[in-house]
Design a binder for this molecule. Structure first.
Ligand code: SAM
Length: 224
């Protein structure tokens, strides 16, 4: 049984949880940090394939503790960071280029206050594999509507190999917790495509070892 409210929606709403999340993904010799570093490098490389200008806005949602912020120093975007958790956002603010961070906005990814089509790029990392299908769909519908060009999402994929990995890790490592709602690769992709997006590229962050996949999607131009 997936407990979206306690497991994700309200799970990051203390300063202690936010600090622990940031530490695991950015400090020391942790698996989370390794995956995060490789994912960041890959996303920076993907963003580098496109032409961006200073008038382009990027939405980082859910921004969490601002892990995406570091790579945005290299690109000209104006940035809006958004999350349901003010405690996570408080730690995110310092990660973005200060002169280009327009706002940190508390919002639910399934129903945001942002104007439709107002972002050249919407990035949603580390969220879809935590939530049940109706929330995945509502989040994808919202971020596809907010973008006028690119959407980047990550999601853990469900494969027999990854399931076996988690069974073994649960035995070897006390407290090991896998992403609660991974999905087969083709199902994540077809969900994305059903919201008016087309696939530009998709890749596994660390093939075989990590279940984390990244999808680079583009808004389908209805005039094409
Ligand atoms: C695993 S973290 C990922 C954060 C960040 N994108 C990253 O890659 O580090 C999940 C984040 O989703 C946020 N969250 C959970 N439910 C949400 C919702 N309905 N709308 C917006 N943010 C939400 C949490 O507060 C948390 O910061």
């Amino acid at each position: 049984m997936i407990d979206y409210e306690n497991g994700t929606l309200n799970a990051y709403r203390t300063t202690a949880r936010a600090a622990e999340y940031k530490r695991y993904h950015t400090k020391g010799w942790t698996w989370g940090r390794l995956v995060t570093c490789i994912e960041q490098r890959a996303i920076a490389r993907e963003l580098g394939r496109y032409q961006w200008s200073a008038s382009d806005q990027l939405l980082d949602i859910p921004c969490g503790t601002g892990i995406m912020g570091r790579i945005l120093h290299r690109f000209p975007f104006k940035i809006v960071a958004s999350d349901i958790s003010p405690e996570m956002m408080a730690m995110a603010r310092a990660e973005y280029p200060p002169d280009r961070l327009l706002a940190c906005v508390q919002a639910d990814i399934t129903n945001t206050p942002f104007p439709r089509g107002s972002f050249a790029c919407v990035v949603a990392l580390g969220f879809l594999h935590r939530v049940p299908i109706p929330i995945k769909r509502a989040a994808l519908r919202e971020i596809a509507a907010l973008s006028n060009r690119l959407v980047i999402v990550s999601c853990s994929v469900d494969t027999p190999l990854q399931r076996l990995k988690h069974v073994l890790l649960r035995r070897l490592k006390r407290g090991h917790i896998a992403a609660p709602c991974p999905m087969p690769f083709k199902d994540i992709l077809s969900e994305c495509l059903s919201h008016g997006l087309r696939l530009n590229r998709a890749f596994m962050v660390i093939p075989m070892l990590s279940s984390h996949a990244v999808f680079i999607l583009e808004k389908v131009d209805l005039h094409d």
